[in-house]
Design a protein around this ligand. Structure first.
Ligand code: TEU
Ligand code: CA
Length: 530
């Protein structure tokens, strides 16, 4: 039954490897640390783990600057540690997804060293080199995603190279067939080692306008925003030819059984869904970031769900995510009480949910002191609140110093709540957010209605968001109170049944008839009687 393919039915869990578990006291998480925590992931109930980049890297962007696509960075361990990790994961029934970073390499990658060595080097055209404009300035007005011009002058060969992110992250030229083959071989290297799929970094950036035309100004730009927003990225990303590349990646994965291709794509819905590809030949899961980008409002979220469900091509599978290593945590955005409601939403929507490590223990807003800042983006554009450090702080495991994350000095400070809010304590508390996550995941695993079942809207008014999930004869009502005042949801006459789970975890089996009452900040899953 295709609906039960693991990546449709299952739950994905994202690990930011620097921050999950340190095994050797250097203050940075590593592969051996992740392996020590696999049983935790099993107890949480997730099906797959996506690990942010672990490849050899100078770490200018913490691994998103790769110097060897087929190597493990010593900070994270060795290839042996990797093989052990994947073996241990598979032994527990967990899938392993790697983060693949094809848009750019590190400036320390041997390919770039060759490319910059002379204009006639065979790898010159592996990167994007252009002459200066007649006035000596950059070839066009493209801006780096991390601020400043996206072009770096290279004195030795008298040309500019393009970098959509840091100058230490030169963009590869994906119009060059040799680049494509080299990168597909890197994919095969990991697939041969048993990797179950890839989350592909900035996949919509791979192809740029062949004529390198200027991007048009963004009239809505505010100086308080990141500089990248000064222009609309019309010519520097999301080009028609990118779909050919995505299709080729998909075909590489299809040389192996049951692998998944996830694309990181920050685009409006109507553009996002084009990445499923013609006849679904593209990404299995073009990441849907809409829950991060939409206001926490019942009407808007309901509209978004409808719009997304309608936009997905026939046979395409939805997916949802509340946060990641680039976005303020859900607990920081909507507060700790509503973060529980958000967990219920994420785990009861139709489509694959991706959890971000630490959200399940309720990490909220974390202040990073100025002298502890790590994120290169914040260093480039200080003071605008762009830093991604707050969502990258270490995981809290127990009540020991540094929450059991490290015996050394953590690379980023822990959220001060770590002394109470840690896996060990929350696991014993029958009403904790961690217990809620475990029960939501277990329930989703137990009932196909909650994972692959049909989504039927019920209500979206004021703070009330309600919908049904149906599969066969099973019908669940999910009622979410997105506000801080009590509400009653009136159901059609004769609709009765019992509560299966409240976000407060204290109403199991409570019967209802015709209506359900919700406390402030409460979400409920109820089973309807047939
Ligand atoms: O992020 C791409 C990306 O577009 C983000 O920089 C995003 O624009 C920003 O966070 C605001 O939403 C990916 C990785 O996830 C990120 O960690 C890397 O820094 C970046 O690519 C470069 O590889
Ligand atoms: Ca370490």
């Amino acid at each position: 039954m295709p609906e039960t393919t693991w990546w449709k039915r299952g739950v994905v869990y994202q690990i930011y490897p620097r921050s999950f578990q340190d095994s050797n006291g250097d203050g940075i998480g590593d592969l051996a640390g992740i392996r020590q925590r696999l049983d935790y992931l099993v107890s949480l109930g997730v099906d797959a783990v996506w690990i942010s980049p672990i490849y050899t890297s100078p770490m200018a962007d913490f691994g998103y600057d790769v110097a060897d696509y087929c190597g493990i960075d010593p900070i994270f361990g060795t290839m042996k540690d990797f093989d052990r990790l994947i073996e241990a994961a598979h032994a527990r029934g967990l899938k392993l997804i790697l983060d693949f970073v094809p848009n750019h390499t590190s400036d320390q990658h041997p390919w770039f060293a060759e490319s910059r060595s002379s204009r006639t080097n065979p790898k010159r055209d592996w990167y994007i080199w252009r002459d200066s404009a007649p006035d000596g300035g950059p070839p066009n007005n493209w801006i780096s995603n991390f601020g400043g011009p996206a072009w770096e002058w290279d004195e030795a060969t008298g040309q500019y190279y393009y970098h959509a992110f840091l100058k230490e992250q030169p963009d590869l030229n994906w119009r060059n067939p040799e680049v494509r083959q080299a990168m597909y071989d890197a994919l095969r290297f990991w697939l041969d080692r048993g990797v179950d799929g890839f989350r592909v970094d900035v996949i919509w950036h791979l192809i740029k306008d062949a004529e390198f035309r200027d991007n048009p100004p963004n009239v809505a730009y505010q100086p308080s925003q990141a500089e990248i927003n000064r222009f609309l990225q019309v010519h520097s990303a999301d080009q028609p030819e990118v779909h050919e590349v995505v299709g080729e990646m998909r075909r590489v994965l299809e040389e192996y059984p049951e692998r998944v291709l996830i694309g990181e794509i920050y685009l409006p819905l109507e553009r996002l869904v084009t990445y499923y590809g013609q006849d679904l030949s593209g990404a299995h899961l073009p990441f849907n970031f809409q829950l991060i980008q939409t206001a926490w409002n019942a009407r808007e979220i309901a509209a978004l769900i409808d719009e997304y469900e309608a936009a997905i091509p026939d046979g395409g599978w939805p997916n949802w995510v509340l946060g990641n290593h680039d976005q303020p945590r859900i607990g920081a955005r909507i507060g700790k009480q509503q973060a529980r409601v958000a967990a219920m939403l994420l785990l009861t929507l139709r489509g694959t949910p991706t959890l971000y490590y630490g959200d399940e223990i309720g990490i909220g807003k974390v202040e990073i002191p100025e002298d502890a800042v790590q994120d290169p983006w914040e260093k480039n554009e200080p003071g605008l609140g762009l830093s991604r450090d707050p969502e990258r702080t270490p995981m809290h495991w127990d009540g020991s110093a540094q929450g059991g994350f490290t015996t050394g000095r953590p690379w980023l400070p822990l959220d001060p709540t770590f002394t109470q809010c840690h896996v060990e304590a929350l696991s014993k508390d029958p009403t904790s957010i961690l217990t809620l996550y475990r029960r939501l995941i277990a329930l989703r695993r137990q009932h196909l209605a909650l994972s692959v079942g049909r989504y039927v809207p019920v209500e979206a008014q004021g703070d009330m968001l309600a919908y049904e999930r149906r599969h066969g004869s099973e019908r669940f009502v999910v009622a979410l109170n997105l506000g801080h005042r009590p509400h009653t949801l009136v159901l059609p006459v004769g609709a009765n049944g019992h509560v299966v789970l409240s976000t407060f975890l204290d109403r199991d089996d409570e019967p209802f008839d015709g209506q359900v009452s919700l406390r402030a900040d409460e979400g409920l899953i109820a089973l309807l009687q047939d």
